[in-house]
Design a protein around this ligand. Structure first.
Ligand code: ZN
Length: 235
């Protein structure tokens, strides 16, 4: 799968963290593709559980101090799967933003059914050293502008190719310097693979869709979004 992606011009993979049970697998992938795979560290909001919360946060801190990561993520708030953990999710999000600042790293935000809650935490942490990506951005034009004003780039993936995805309707009003490409694989495969298992090689389809929206060559989309990613991840 990684070779197919490389053959399609996708050569760098920024892999988000979920919780401590995935850390070893991430390292194994990095060892296998040391030139291509770059890791993030963080506790995903869907894995914020009262029973394991402090232990998981300690793991994140231990990992961050022990080696180099390219970002803190995925972090954020998800009210689609579990509303009961909201206070803990808010705490995890805030603490991990502070860790990102401490280590001068970008953040990668997961936000589902929680724009107001995510913005509230971001506003409280707003500063020059807060920057990163709003991953799988699915908001409206105003939310896009608000995310950008808080130091975020918009992560655009398969949703932009969906008929009912909505973001394709205003994206042309957002400067390309605020956009990065992403997959969210195995989820959210772009058309014509919608509903199937997503993979990184399909990023090319997302770039092609953006080329239509912005009326520029696909190469220009690739070049600008790669440049944006380099700025965010520092590599
Ligand atoms: Zn996510």
């Amino acid at each position: 799968m990684i070779q197919r992606a490389i053959d399609n011009g996708v050569s760098r993979f920024f892999v988000p963290s979920i919780d401590s049970t995935y850390t070893e697998k991430m390292y194994a992938l990095e060892t296998q593709f040391p030139e291509n795979v770059f890791l993030m560290m963080g506790l995903h909001p869907c894995y914020v559980k009262p029973e394991t919360y402090e232990q998981e946060m300690a793991h994140v801190e231990q990992q961050l101090v022990s080696r180099k990561f390219q970002a803190v993520g995925e972090i954020g708030i998800d009210l689609f799967w579990d509303k009961t953990t909201l206070p803990l999710q808010q705490d995890a999000f805030k603490r991990q933003i502070q860790l990102a600042k401490q280590y001068k790293l970008a953040i990668n935000i997961h936000c589902r059914d929680a724009f107001n809650e995510v913005f509230e935490v971001l506003e409280s942490e707003k500063s020059d050293d807060l920057f990163g990506i709003f991953h799988c951005f699915t908001g409206d034009f105003n939310q896009a502008q608000r995310a950008i004003s808080l130091g975020m780039k918009l992560g655009i993936g398969g949703v932009v190719t969906f008929k009912n995805g909505k973001i394709d309707q205003f994206l042309h009003d957002i400067n390309l310097k605020h956009i990065v490409l992403e997959t969210d694989s195995p989820y959210l495969a772009p058309v014509p693979f919608r509903g199937k298992r997503n993979e990184s090689s399909y990023t090319k389809l997302v770039a092609e869709k953006l080329a239509q929206i912005y009326q520029v060559p696909t190469e220009e989309i690739a070049q600008i979004t790669t440049q944006n990613a380099k700025m965010i991840f520092g590599i």
